[in-house]
Design a protein around this ligand. Structure first.
Ligand code: SF4
Length: 347
């Protein structure tokens, strides 16, 4: 997506990175034509749309309908309209309000992709000691290699419960004042499961410097932008290059006593009234989660064509912005009308 609005990479520090999506590098990532040169001579083969990493939220959307995710790349103008509609319906304001409860927002101008990643690292460096000392942190970035693919995401909240367990919480805002149905809940569970995989791998020291540099095609020797250097210095990190910051981040992580996530929790709030709907605890089954992920990654690795929804879930198509153009739906003309009109569900 492309937007003039600021993007927030927040944690205990809360930094807003302005104009990130206007940078050529980011724009190319979104359109799937990024880093053509690297894709041709790099050691790590690109995924579909020439992507070198995937976001957790994108993979979660894939649990709803893979074909819909693909249309989002092929028809970005329709995806933009859909995103705006969802943002109106759901709770960006609730998320922001929660974020502002624990930190301020600082705008930082960036020049390169290394700067953008650096902002996330500085945020994490600022949050790790807070979390280490038992405090709650919000908007904690996570990343790493899972099943051979670089994934990244942002955890809504990490805190400790009364038993001293580390709780990973994801806030979901809903148009309807009720818990989600099974189809939506599936994606939510998948999302928090992936966050746990990524967070646990980070605190176990499984993420290496070369993973980040090679998968994201970042230059360790590149000097960071002036504002990024200043900001890092303000939180006690004196670095000049991206590689130096990465070293400082990995060293801090290895010296911390952060535990793995014990509890996965989904919290649902009603968008209209901001009232609490309910909390759902998620069971973590790593082998099942990885099996599901491998199935989704088969598409991204180009091993198979994208799939639309199963016939039993044809009702999803009635609320899909690609309904009119979807070849999967057209080829399913034998589906009984009762399945098409069963229910409207908002993602
Ligand atoms: Fe998926 Fe149905 Fe939308 Fe096609 S119309 S993209 S099958 S939800």
């Amino acid at each position: 997506t492309q937007s003039n609005s600021p993007i927030t990479f927040t944690a205990s520090l809360n930094i807003t990175v302005e104009k990130l999506k206007q940078s050529p590098v980011k724009r190319n990532e979104e359109t799937g034509v990024k880093r053509k040169r690297d894709a041709e001579d790099g050691r790590i083969p690109p995924l579909r749309f020439r992507k070198f990493h995937l976001s957790v939220s994108l993979l979660s959307e894939q649990t709803w309908c893979e074909k819909k995710v693909v249309y989002g790349f092929l028809k970005p103008q329709i995806r933009r309209k859909e995103k705006q509609r969802i943002e109106l319906q759901t709770g960006t304001s609730i998320h922001l309000a929660r974020e502002l409860e624990v930190h301020d927002v600082v705008p930082i101008n960036i020049q390169t992709h290394e700067d953008a990643v650096a902002i996330s690292l500085v945020n994490m460096l600022h949050m790790i000691p807070s979390l280490d000392s038992g405090q709650c942190v919000r908007e904690f970035p996570v990343f790493g290699i899972v099943e051979g693919v670089y994934l990244k995401g942002i955890i809504d909240e990490l805190s400790y419960n009364q038993k001293g367990e580390l709780v990973l919480k994801d806030l979901k805002t809903r148009k309807h004042d009720s818990l989600p149905g099974a189809a939506q809940a599936l994606g939510h569970r998948f999302q928090v499961g992936l966050y746990k995989l990524l967070f646990d791998a980070l605190v176990r020291g499984e993420v290496k410097k070369e993973h980040i540099l090679e998968h994201l095609k970042l230059r360790a020797s590149l000097a960071l932008g002036t504002e990024v250097i200043t900001h890092a210095a303000n939180v006690g990190i004196n670095v000049v290059t991206f590689g130096e910051l990465l070293d400082a981040f990995l060293l801090t992580l290895s010296c911390s006593d952060l535990p793995c996530v014990d509890v996965l929790q989904l919290e649902y709030c009603h968008q209209g009234s901001s009232s609490f709907i309910g909390t759902v605890l998620v069971q973590f089954d790593e082998s099942q989660l990885r099996a599901e992920l491998r199935g989704f990654l088969e598409y991204w690795r180009g091993l198979r064509e994208p799939k639309g929804v199963d016939i039993e879930e044809a009702w999803k198509c009635t609320s899909c912005p690609y309904e009119e153009i979807c070849d999967w739906r057209k080829n399913r003309s034998q589906v009984p009308e009762s399945l098409h009109t069963r229910k409207r569900v908002n993602m």
